[in-house]
Design a protein around this ligand. Structure first.
Ligand code: NDP
Ligand code: PYC
Length: 343
């Protein structure tokens, strides 16, 4: 069999940035968006890689994300920072605020970053991993749009509400987990639909509330929270913490604003950062070394850590480039030549 064609991480980033810049997106934003999309492909997170380009272009074409928004940071002397994305993409807002967030967390021991009114289409590990590389523990969460039925219900209400956590480690990579609070991310169902494959049982119900493995029926019906009532409660917490508490949209309002699930949602996001050294001060214990003991005990049982697959994919991409299918290369070509007309 022929080896798959590859592209370097940098070249992919350049091509994606070019697609967004040609669609009228401010160059700094196009570059920030391209960084997270290329990172998704690099780490083999297909549901938030180049597949997302078309979704973002659709939102741009619909006029529901502001292409030239310049985020505005409000950083008072306390631990709560706010950056207003002004209806633009979340990634440039995070990039603009991240150093102030790191400095503030070190100064106070903890800090919160509120991202207001943004299109947060990307994987959340990107932000928390970045903070853990600065020696901080971090949590990130945001609502989405109503597409998940609460446990015991049958109609979409909650979002796929992702939740990510990272903790610094002594080795090359931090400990990171990141998941949708639905059984699977909506992007996974969409990828199954495109591939003409059924989804696994337990992911979703149809419009009549019956279990389905048909991705079309699942997208029209409701997705299910992971872990039954437990996932449903965590998802509800995210609606409250990253929606109601921030004075930003919850998933039902985001759905109303976008006018349906055909457009990625706009809402707020919450990122929390903690300095472990400040929390353990005076105990004589090293919080990173304590973490290492736990990770070693997990590995001793033969279990793998979250993000291990992702970091292995990254190492392969850094060494050999990112393998894309011919259809994916064709998709990039088409988006480059047709831009917004392609969606
Ligand atoms: P997955 O179920 O694929 O993975 C969830 C986490 O569990 C990952 O950290 C993964 O690590 C880890 N993991 C998977 N299998 C194992 C295992 N056997 N042992 C230990 N750890 C494991 O994620 P989802 O499909 O739920 O979410 C995918 C992405 O979608 C996320 O990045 C999320 O942020 C994003 N998303 C974004 C939204 C938004 O609004 N911006 C909305 C919803 C989702 P690994 O990657 O190494 O496999
Ligand atoms: O995959 O569920 C998802 C999703 C929604 C918004 C961005 N990603």
């Amino acid at each position: 069999m022929q080896n798959p064609r590859t592209i370097s991480i940098r070249d992919l980033e350049d091509r994606v940035a070019g697609i967004f810049a040609s669609a009228g997106v401010r160059p700094e934003t196009a570059r920030a968006v391209a960084r997270v999309i290329a990172a998704g492909e690099r780490d083999n997170c297909k549901s938030h890689g180049i597949y997302r380009i078309e979704g973002c272009l659709r939102v741009l074409k619909a006029g529901k994300v502001v292409p030239d928004a310049v985020p505005e940071l409000r950083a008072p002397s306390g631990p709560i920072l706010q950056i207003d994305a002004k209806g633009g993409f979340a990634c440039p807002a995070y990039e603009d605020a991240r150093q102030t967030l790191v400095d503030t967390a070190r100064r106070h021991g903890m800090a919160a970053l509120v991202i207001r009114d943004c299109l947060h289409f990307s994987a959340l590990w990107y932000e928390v991993e970045d903070l853990a590389r600065e020696g901080l523990a971090a949590l990130s969460m945001c609502p989405s749009y109503s597409s998940v039925a609460p446990s015991g219900g049958a109609a979409p209400l909650l979002g796929t509400n992702p939740f990510a956590f990272a903790y610094p480690r002594s080795g090359p990579h931090p400990y990171v987990f990141d998941f949708a609070t639905s059984v699977a991310a909506r992007g996974e169902i969409e990828l199954h639909r495109r591939a003409g494959k059924p989804i696994p049982e337990g992911w979703a119900i149809d419009t009549r509330g019956n279990p389905t493995t048909d991705p079309e029926a699942a997208l029209a019906g409701a997705m299910l929270p992971f872990g039954g009532h437990k996932g449903s409660a965590i998802s509800t917490m995210i609606e409250l913490m990253a929606g109601a508490m921030l004075g930003e949209f919850m998933s039902a309002e985001a759905l109303g604003f976008m006018g349906g699930t055909h457009l990625l949602p706009r809402h707020g996001a919450l990122i929390l950062a903690f300095d472990p050294a400040r929390f353990s001060a005076g105990t004589g214990r090293d919080p990173v070394a304590e973490g290492e003991r736990l990770f070693a005990a997990i590995a001793d049982q033969g279990a793998r850590l979250p993000s291990q697959r992702r970091f292995a994919a990254r190492a392969r991409a850094e060494a050999d480039g990112i393998a894309l299918t011919e259809a994916e290369f064709a998709q990039l070509d088409r988006l480059e030549t047709q831009g917004l007309a392609a969606v």
